[in-house]
Design a protein around this ligand. Structure first.
Ligand code: SAM
Length: 296
C-alpha cells in the first residue's frame, strides 16, 4: 500500500486504480527527474499547466516542509477543515493536491477515510514517508486532475485541493476540465474545497503577507518576483541560501467562484483566512467550499 521507492515510485498502489501500463507511460511526464529547476532563458514566458510536474524537484520537495512548518500551520488552521467536513457528515475524502501530506495525514488522524492523490510522484513519495512518521498508512494515487477519473475510481463525499494548488493551471480549458473531473468524482451531495492566495490584492495593490497561514516557516521567505494578469512567479528562499521558484496563474476570487458555479456546484461559500467573509478585510488566502446539492 502507498508510494514505493525505486523506479516504480509514483505508480499507485491502491486497488482503486486501473490501467497500470497507462500510468507507467504517463509517469514519464510527471517524474521530476531533474536536479535543478529549469525555466529556460525567459522564466516569465513559462506559463504552462504541465510545468508543475518538473517544478517540484527533489531538493525543493525535501525543503517544502521547512517552508510550510507543519506545527505552525496546524495551529493557524486549527480544526477548520475537520469542522467543515464533519458539519456536513463527510467521511470519504479525496485529497487531490496531497503535496507532502499535511492535510491527508491530519484528516486520516481525525478519522476520515482519506485517499491521497497528486500529479507529482516526488510529492507523493514524501507524503508517504511523512505519514509513516505519524503512524498513518496513506492510500496514494498518482493522478493529474485533468484526467483524474481515469486513475481514481469510486465516488467521494469530499474533495480537497488545498495549499494554493489550483493556481498551477494556466489554461482556462484545463481549469474547467479539472473541475468537471472533481465534480464527477463526488457523490451527488459531495463537497469540493479549493483554496487560493488572495491574488486580487496582489494584482491590484501589490504583495504583502501576514506570514501567518500556509507558508509558516519563519526561516523561509516566499515572495513574488513577477506579477501580471497571467503570471505570479514566486521565489522561495531557504536558510541554506538555496532558491526555488513556482510559476502560477493569479486566480481572481470571483473568477474561481464563477468557474465552480459553471462546473455545476450549487452553493459556494468563501472564507477569508479561515473566517467568514468580511471578518478579515484583507485576507492572505481564500477558501471556497462548494456543494453539489441544490439548496433547499
Ligand atoms: C503548492 S503544492 C500544495 C501541496 C499541499 N496541498 C499543501 O498544502 O502543502 C501543490 C500541489 O499540487 C500538485 N499539482 C499541481 N498541479 C496538478 C495537476 N494538474 N494534477 C495533479 N496535481 C497537481 C503539485 O504536484 C503539488 O503537490
Amino acid at each position: 500500500m502507498g508510494c514505493q521507492r525505486g523506479p516504480d515510485r509514483g505508480r499507485t498502489s491502491t486497488s482503486r486504480i486501473r490501467g497500470e501500463a497507462a500510468i507507467a507511460v504517463r509517469s514519464k511526464k510527471t517524474f521530476a527527474t531533474e536536479t535543478s529547476q529549469d525555466y529556460g532563458d525567459d522564466p516569465i514566458a513559462v506559463r504552462d499547466t504541465d510545468k508543475y510536474a518538473t517544478e517540484y524537484i527533489r531538493d525543493f520537495v525535501e525543503k517544502w516542509d521547512e517552508l510550510i512548518d507543519w506545527e505552525q500551520r496546524a495551529r493557524s488552521e486549527g480544526r477548520f477543515f475537520i469542522d467543515v467536513l464533519k458539519a456536513r457528515d463527510k467521511l470519504s475524502v479525496l485529497d487531490v493536491a496531497t503535496g507532502t501530506g499535511f492535510h491527508s495525514i491530519q484528516l486520516a488522524k481525525a478519522g476520515f477515510d482519506v485517499t491521497s492523490a497528486d500529479g507529482s510522484a516526488e510529492m507523493l513519495a514524501r507524503a508517504f514517508e511523512n505519514a509513516k512518521d505519524h503512524d498513518v498508512m496513506l492510500r496514494t494515487v498518482h493522478a493529474d486532475w485533468r484526467w483524474l477519473n481515469r486513475d481514481v475510481m469510486g465516488k467521494y463525499d469530499a474533495i480537497i485541493c488545498l495549499g494554493n494548488s489550483f493556481t498551477h493551471i494556466f489554461e482556462e480549458g484545463d481549469r474547467r476540465r479539472a473541475l468537471a473531473e472533481f465534480y464527477a468524482a463526488l457523490k451527488h451531495d459531495g463537497l469540493l474545497i479549493i483554496d487560493q492566495r488572495n491574488y486580487d490584492t496582489i494584482l491590484d495593490d501589490g504583495f504583502s503577507s501576514k506570514h501567518k497561514y500556509y507558508y509558516c516557516g519563519d526561516q523561509v521567505s516566499a515572495e513574488p518576483v513577477h506579477v501580471d494578469e497571467g503570471l505570479a512567479r514566486f521565489e522561495y528562499t531557504f536558510p541554506d541560501g538555496s532558491k526555488h521558484n513556482l510559476n502560477m496563474f493569479p486566480l481572481r476570487k470571483d473568477y474561481v467562484r464563477g468557474l465552480m458555479r459553471e462546473a455545476g456546484f450549487q452553493q459556494i461559500h468563501s472564507y477569508g483566512d479561515f473566517m467568514e467573509e468580511g471578518e478579515e478585510p484583507n485576507p492572505d488566502f481564500f477558501v471556497h467550499v462548494a456543494e453539489k446539492e441544490y439548496a433547499e
